[in-house]
Write a protein of this length. Structure first.
Lengths: 118, 118
DNA sequence: TGGTTATTTGGCTATATTACCAAATAACCA
DNA sequence: TGGTTATTTGGTAATATAGCCAAATAACCA
């Protein structure tokens, strides 16, 4: 038996955590969240996304590359355009959970305001 | 009606994306993922977590502060110790989705190896 | 009060991330 | 082939993040 039970993090666990963190980090940017949401509605090419996101096309390309490296999106060459699609649609459910953090934060904030008043 | 439908991102949407990204970013670190998982088993004080994570206590304290600012954990003073607890337990389900990205990545890798061989 | 333990914060360095512009590459059309 | 459009990549600057050590704070005990 190796080190488990309250001890330091095992190498195996460490690797698992790093792998997960990489994927989460790939999602941790407003523009990339937008891209993922948009792709959930269907394939989009770099140009289309660029117009919507409103930053330089090279920046959008880099964001897409981050998502692709993480395995979240996949590209599809079609003539001179490259269409991106979501590879893991379940990523969207994930957002519900994030939303619940936001709701809780908002509630806590309200409560704080009320307390202050009394 | 304001700008929706294919146009650039609205200010409102932008704000929503930024709020979400902040929370996701707070989770995007191996040590913080570990902390969240550990807290899902029950309250832990900074010292306990520090022993497990294996970095300086000041670093763990900073990680906890990131999670707290994001609204993911909550602290509970108890004598000279401060116990942290998960504020949003659903955060854990979230990991299943991340896991499915990892599985898909592994499968793609396998497939690639097979293709190379033929 | 003075000492001890738990935790946070300031200051610093190293590294990573994001954005832009300009240039390179790729695919198509005339 | 030369031109045009779509996309990626190199280079660079600004900012953010993660880690450590040392010092500050807080709570307890003798």
């Amino acid at each position: 038996m190796s080190t488990t039970k309250k001890g330091k993090i095992s190498t195996r666990t460490q690797a698992r955590l790093e792998a997960r963190a990489k994927i989460i980090k790939a999602l941790a940017h407003p523009s990339r969240l937008f891209i993922v949401e948009e792709l959930s509605r269907g394939a989009r090419c770099v140009n289309e996304l660029t117009e919507m996101v409103g930053v330089d096309v090279s920046t959008v390309s880099r964001h897409l590359s981050v998502l692709k490296t993480a395995g979240i999106v996949q590209d599809n060459k079609h003539g001179t355009q490259i269409y991106y699609i979501l590879r893991i649609p379940c990523i969207l459910k994930f957002f519900d959970c994030i939303e619940s953090v936001l709701v809780a934060n908002a509630q806590a904030h309200m409560k704080l305001l009320k307390t202050r008043r009394s």
